[in-house]
Design a protein around this ligand. Sequence first.
Ligand code: 6PG
Length: 467
Amino acid sequence: MFNTIGVIGLGVMGSNIALNMASKGEQVAVYNYTRDLTDQLIAKLDRQSLNPYYEIQEFVQSLETPRKIFLMVTAGKPIDSVIHSLLPHLEAGDIIMDGGNSHYEDTERRYDELKAKGIQYLGIGISGGEVGALKGPSIMPGGDKEAYEKVAPILTKIAAQVEGVPCCIYIGPKGAGHFVKMVHNGIEYADMQLIAEAYTFLREKLLLEVHEIADIFETWNKGELKSYLIEITAEILRKKDEVTGLPLIDLILDKAGQKGTGKWTSMQAIDNGIPASIITESLFARYISALKEERVNAEKILTGPKNVEQNLDKNEWIDYIRQALYMGKVCAYSQGFTQYKMTSELFSWDLPLENIALIFRGGCIIRAEFLNVISESYQAQPNLANLLISPYFAEKLIDYQIGLRKVVCEGINSGISFPCLSSSLTYYDSYRTGNSNANLLQAQRDYFGAHTYQRRDLAGVYHTNWK
Ligand code: 6PG
């Protein structure tokens, strides 16, 4: 009997995807470059649904045609080398899927190269970490729709399900799936940083204990802030170090890592004139965090403000922070969805914004209650320019700006850095400013470089002799 699908790359994500497929009734061939991971995996399940192969040729030959091969291999060169090793054994019509965090431009290149050889290629964004991979991730497939339809029965089965709807839909051509995953990660960076800033305010301004902050996050997670990242933050704050008994959070070194997807999101936004300032600030916050030794040194030299107000009313301010966090999140998701919209127009991808919000409701890291409202906003207005002006969010933000303004001002006056909260407020204020100061920039450009400008009152392009 032939295997219905094959998985290559049996690290944690690949193993869990294979186990997920096997648990949904698929006959899964598994292969890893080194034998040990394959052996570890098959020890976990009976061999009838998970079949190990140690030679790539045997692996490929064990698959029913058209062959469906799922790669869970480190992004970059390893993907190219696996594809290279597969090619001699494949036939026209076979389908290769890349489920890793590949750059969408690499996916487009591979798509073109493989298409020329008659092989179908799908770039599949997968979110949910290791638990999601096992129990149901959010899945963002891009490539030819016809190829997607051949694997859709498997992908929709292994995806997270919300209210009976699978968190997997066809995203768009070529690299669109990996693009959507990339921006998902940009939003993830911003969301995480916003939460970290809210935590800082609670800890450093309201002087709350870690366990009290955990309680606050737990309460927030019952309301409109309900989301996976808020939920895990409460759990993280409750965790005690087994050796010292101290909150583990206090023992973790404050240097943030990153693997590149957030950076790619910012770079794509910058290259294409898309304002993704909150996402970019969250990336820079990680970069500054990495300069730990310099920061420790600078702390001894550069002082902050003196006579800082410390007697804030706790209950009143906890609610301001809740409002600030909600508004920051809305602004960050708005930037991400604007990046989808603008890129979709640029590449004629026709990204289904309403449904992207729906598949983010389950399985993925940025799953959040308000994605329902985001989806409804696009359903009501498919050409909505920006989520900020959807009737639901506009009303909320007009109301909640008080909280965000108070928290940002208090943070600035206290010398605490709030890169993403302040950037969210700046984004909100810039976006709602009908008449900006860019007229002065245009005049300066024309003054020193004769770059010309347009006028508000007359059509045409003008240059002035400013001297
Ligand atoms: C997900 C995550 C996942 C992973 C990122 C984190 O959606 O499941 O985004 O893709 O955790 O690699 O990236 P950084 O290491 O850059 O924070």
